[in-house]
Design a protein around this ligand. Structure first.
Ligand code: G3P
Ligand code: CA
Length: 245
């Protein structure tokens, strides 16, 4: 992507599909996101009681379905009976929770990249290997995948598995107040440092780029903010509204 404000290029990433227009992390949202001139789609992964990888943001189903409880306490069959569309203001009744497998099938028909976030990996032993195995089984081209997590140890595990995919470490706003990220340590295991947009400044960008880390801040839904970040030379922008930003 290039734009009128600078001659820099950056990646445009649809966060959880298009959550303002469609239920987040659903196939219908992803289908519409892939149809836009985006570069990547961001998704969140957990697994079920019967160890099936599913795509959902929260570790509970309370906010986005008509059920209650933890994802990991339900089998896939049980989750598939629930409604993940009706929580949204649109008319999406009956939309199901997608499996990772279903998302990979959809993704195989698109040229866009997948930015895969491993959510709360400490709750899901072995999830890193399960994700990588499934990517390999589906023969997803390595250049079409980036794996990321807020959990440094999880990303480190992937790096030590010598996975062929690019890796990213997410940085939350809260963490930053305790101490600045260790750019050198992150650069040893990852290609990206993806921070809450509010902590990005010139100093952050200089530190990251000095370590050859690319920076893709989340979640930017304000065009003034986006302009400021692009002028700071970010490498990508994660947004709920890639069509309107
Ligand atoms: O990709 C970064 C972003 O998705 C992290 O925050 O809470 O929306 O998963 P969250
Ligand atoms: Ca996410």
């Amino acid at each position: 992507m290039s734009n009128e404000y600078s001659n820099q290029s950056y990646q445009l990433i649809a966060h959880r599909g298009l959550p303002q227009d469609y239920p987040e992390n659903t196939l219908i949202g992803y289908q519409h996101a892939f149809a836009l001139p985006i570069d990547m789609l961001e998704i969140d992964i957990h697994y079920t009681k019967d160890k099936q990888l599913v795509v959902i943001h929260d570790d509970t189903i309370d906010r986005t379905s008509n059920g209650k409880g933890k994802v990991k306490d339900y089998t896939l069959e049980e989750l598939k009976k629930l409604d993940f569309g009706s929580y949204h203001q649109g008319h999406f009744e009956g939309e199901q929770i997608p499996t990772f497998d279903e998302v990979l099938d959809l993704h195989s028909r698109s040229s866009k990249k997948l930015l895969i976030e491993i959510k709360k990996p400490s709750q899901y032993p072995g999830i890193e290997k399960m994700i990588v195995d499934q990517l390999k089984e589906k023969q997803v081209p390595t250049h079409k995948v980036i794996l990321q997590s807020f959990d440094f140890d999880s990303v480190s595990k992937l790096a030590h598995m010598n996975v062929p995919y690019e890796l990213g470490v997410l940085i939350s706003k809260k963490k930053y107040w305790y101490k600045s990220p260790d750019f050198k340590a992150i650069a040893k295991i990852a290609n990206y440092i993806n921070p809450n947009y509010s902590i990005v400044n010139k100093h952050f960008m200089e530190k990251a780029h000095a370590e050859h880390l690319k920076v893709m801040p989340y979640t930017v839904n304000d065009s003034k903010e986006a302009r400021k970040l692009i002028d700071l030379n970010i490498d990508g922008i994660i947004t709920d509204i890639p069509d309107r930003l």
